[in-house]
Design a protein around this ligand. Structure first.
Ligand code: CP
Length: 319
């Protein structure tokens, strides 16, 4: 039995993965395992218990080729609080500028004893590529518009804490769906847990193709608002777009921004989420972002718990 944090129990029989690459490939049972372990770490965090030795002697590296505040910091804290050493690879000052490849970079870090690689890259599939080239446990921290599995997990954990079961609940994601890895991870996870998902935004950012994933597509926030239990407000990712997807930011905010006036037309208990970073006054106004319905900063705390659970599982991987 685990004496340090008995609530964690033994390494779960149902978890046989070495890597965490995407939510799409996870079974409902595997999702439940991560969420259950994350809740244990969240409860420990709330009780002031922040230092463990489960990964003592292990070394993790945050291999980020894209900027990050929340994901990188919380993975670093998660690794440290589990007792691992954690080093940061800085792409902008690395030897990538001298022509070294991503694979060679990872092989060199592995040669220095890194055992867990937490990877963010603008190209979809880079974490999968690294799995085939190094023996480390690979954790996807966001690969282009493909998936951001720990973001999906922390969103879902936050919803379950507030709503209980997600079975039959309606979750709408509003904004830049087309370029959103968060949207894809949420859709896979939410559907496995029985929620109804709506994606909503301008037609340039939400195509009818999404219906093939079994979600409802809407172009009117006002039309869907009265029946939504959770509203997840996604940032417009201008960095991934070649042309402007709408005439002006003001116009976008008028049609799709969540504000106090819209909140009055929503269900009284509606839960407001945003993966961050938020652009105040664009996808959400400050009164809503900082208001009682918002769980935006709670998502951040849950992110740390989810990442502790993911690293705990990765550190015991059997693959
Ligand atoms: N939500 C999220 O991934 O934030 P960062 O880009 O700051 O990590």
């Amino acid at each position: 039995m685990n004496t340090e944090l008995p609530e964690l129990g033994e390494h779960p029989e149902g978890w046989t993965r070495k890597h965490l690459l995407e939510i799409e490939e996870l079974s409902r049972e595997e999702l439940e395992i991560i969420l259950e372990k994350a809740q244990v770490f969240r409860d420990a965090f709330d009780a002031g218990r922040r230092k463990f030795s489960f990964l003592s002697g292990k070394t993790a590296v945050t291999l980020f080729f894209e900027n990050s505040t929340r994901t990188r910091t919380s993975f670093t804290l998660a690794a440290q609080r589990l007792g691992a050493s954690c080093v940061a690879f800085n792409a902008s000052t690395s030897s990538l500028s001298k022509g070294e490849t991503v694979i060679d970079t990872a092989k060199n870090l592995e040669a220095m004893g890194c055992e867990i690689m937490i990877v963010r890259h603008s190209t979809p599939g880079i974490p999968q590529l690294l799995c085939q080239n190094v023996n480390c446990a690979i954790v996807n921290a966001g690969d282009g518009p493909h998936e951001h599995p720990t973001q999906g997990l922390l969103d879902i954990l936050t919803m379950r804490q507030r709503l209980g079961t997600l079975e039959g609940k309606t979750v709408a994601m509003v904004g830049d769906i087309q370029f959103s890895r968060t949207a894809r991870s949420n859709i896979w996870g939410l559907q496995k847990l029985g929620a109804n998902v709506i994606v909503c935004g301008p037609s340039t950012l939400v195509s009818r193709e999404w219906e093939k994933m079994g979600v409802e597509v809407s172009y009117s926030l006002d039309a869907i608002l009265p029946r939504v239990d959770v509203l997840n407000l996604l940032r417009i990712q201008f960095e991934r777009q070649y042309t402007r997807p709408f005439p002006s930011v003001r116009e976008y905010a008028f049609l799709y921004g969540m504000n106090g006036e819209r909140l009055r037309r929503a269900k009284p208990e509606i839960l407001i989420l945003a993966p961050g970073p938020i652009n105040r006054g664009v996808e959400v106004t400050p009164d809503v972002a900082d208001g009682p319905q918002s769980a935006i900063l709670d998502q951040v705390s849950n992110g740390l718990a989810v990442r502790m659970a993911v690293l705990w599982l990765a550190g015991h991987g059997r693959g």
